[in-house]
Structures are given as C-alpha cells and as structure tokens.
Design a protein around this ligand. Structure first.
Ligand code: SF4
Length: 297
C-alpha cells in the first residue's frame, strides 16, 4: 500500500458552474482525490486530467480556495445560488482535520448568506456544528449523510476509510436539532450486497430514528474507471456474486427488471417508515418563507 500524499495546489476559482441549474448549479470541492476509498467511487475519473491514477492515495489540497471564494461571493453578480459542497470529493475526509478549510468556507457562506448542500461519509462535520447551525438560521443548508449498509463488515469493505454507519446517523440526529434540512442518501445500493430487505429496512429505520427530512436512494452505476475497479473488488472480496454482477452490469446501469424489483422494495419500505423521497421540498419551503434570501434562484 503506497503511503498517502497530500499535495497543496493553487486553484483558479472556488466555485465551479455546472451545466444544470436545478436544484443547484454550483459545485465547490476543496480536495481533489479522496481518502475514504469507496470501492464504487464515481469520481475516480477526476484524477485523469492530472495524469494521476492514485485517486485515493494522492489528495490535492486547494490551498488558496478561500481567497477565491471570498472574491466570488462578494462579487455584485453573485446571486446567492445554492452551492453543492463536496459533489466530487468528500470535504470531511480525514485530512480536513488538519487543514480545517471547511470552518472558513462556512464563515464565508454565513458572511454572504449563501445557501449550501453538504453531503459526507464522515462525522467530522460535527466539529463545525455551531457554524452550520448559524448558517441554517439565515439561509437554506442541507446536511446529508451517504449510508449504504448497516452491516459493519460490509461497510468496512466498501468504504474502508469512511466512519461507521451508526455514527453517520448519530450525526444526522444532531443536525436535525438545527434549522438545516437533513437527509439520508442511500447511494449506491449495491446489487446482491446491500439491496436486501433487511439492509434497506434497517437503513430506513435508522433514518426514521434520526428524523431526517428525506431519504434518497440510487442504484449502483458502473462507468469509466469505476467499472474495472469495482468488479475487481467484487471478484476478490465477494467472488460468490461476481458472475451475477457481471451479468447484471453488461452496461453502465442495472437492467429494468432488476430495478423494478428493487424499487418496489425501496418504495414499500420508505412508506412503512413514512419517509419523504424529495429533498427539494425543504428548499422550496425555505424559499417560500424567506424569498428575499433566494433572489438568484
Ligand atoms: S466519499 Fe465519495 S469521493 Fe470519497 S471515495 Fe467515497 S465515493 Fe469517492
């Protein structure tokens, strides 16, 4: 196993404009590369243009991101759109403990009343509880945890450096005490591994217990570099489902037949726990109550 490297780099902007507009059109990623090491990671491709194949072991830190963010947020053209923080890599991966960039990012969002969405697989976000609480009282902020399984041994295989699933739910429960909207992302659901009635039932039971505003599921998708990386992992760690998995993933997505069965289960269980599947309701509610804060939307 190569030793992990952290490389400070300069970025040319903090906010990245996305092609779509709804529900957000801006992305902000502090790090390139991610130590969490999830076997299904969709972002592995993002190291390609750096000509660097070590997505999990070489993390680039955007050391000047705060200067750029302040410049961009104070610009008269900034319309206080929602910023999706960590859409590509996790902002609360372990190295954030050292760099402490997120508290400064949050202070700028507070200063410029900018709404945001943060999703993470780490409870390190609790360190910034007070700042997120403050932001939640002046604008829209969504805190989401991605949780794929309640089976700790499977979790360790799938997401070796993320924190335990129970800690992610405990984190959501804490943020539910703020004015933030709080959600569970069950993404990806891995066929034959995390798609069981038992696992989805446990995830939704925990979501209910954490009193989340919504629970959003998504099936595994395998494209680009993620495909060989993930299939190799299955071949080595779960050889008993390897053939089935290859059969199901002849293309990037699982077939309709599989998805129909899966979503019948997911929707039935979501109903059982009376969980919403929409994360935009909270955005709309906030916009309705405080429309002046969302003049750019
Ligand atoms: S937390 Fe997200 S970005 Fe990081 S390794 Fe896992 S899937 Fe990839």
């Amino acid at each position: 196993m190569p030793e992990r490297q952290y490389i400070p780099v300069d970025c040319s902007s903090a906010l990245n404009k996305l092609k779509r507009k709804v529900p957000y059109e801006w992305d902000l990623n502090i790090y390139r590369g991610c130590e969490h090491g999830c076997k299904y990671c969709y972002a592995i491709y993002s190291h390609d243009y750096l000509k660097d194949g070590a997505f999990f072991d070489r993390v680039y830190v955007k050391q000047n991101i705060l200067e750029h963010l302040e410049k961009e947020l104070r610009s008269p053209s900034w319309k206080r759109d929602i910023v999706n923080i960590g859409g590509v890599t996790d902002s609360y991966q372990p190295i954030e403990q050292e760099y402490q960039l997120m508290p400064e990012i949050l202070k700028l969002l507070i200063k410029y009343k900018t709404p945001a969405i943060i999703s993470t697989k780490s409870d390190l976000i609790l360190r910034d509880y007070d700042l997120i609480d403050r932001l939640s009282r002046i604008t829209y902020i969504n805190v989401a945890a991605t949780v794929t399984t309640m089976d700790e041994s499977v979790r360790q295989q799938l997401e070796p450096n993320g924190c335990e699933s129970v800690k992610r739910f405990a984190m959501l429960k804490e943020f539910r005490k703020t004015n933030a909207s709080v959600g569970l992302h069950v993404m990806p659901i891995v066929p034959y591994l995390t798609d069981t009635e038992e696992n989805i039932d446990s995830l939704f039971a925990c979501a209910k217990d954490s009193n989340v505003h919504y629970a959003l599921p998504g099936t595994l998708y395998l494209r680009g570099k993620t495909r060989p990386y993930f299939l190799e992992f299955i071949k080595t760690d779960y050889p008993q489902i390897y053939e089935q998995m290859c059969e199901l993933y002849k293309k990037g997505g699982a077939g309709k037949e599989y998805k129909d069965v899966l979503y019948e289960r997911v929707n039935r269980l979501r109903k059982k726990y009376n969980l919403s599947g929409s994360y935009t309701i909270a955005i709309k509610e906030k916009m309705y109550r405080e429309p002046d804060l969302f003049s750019g939307m």
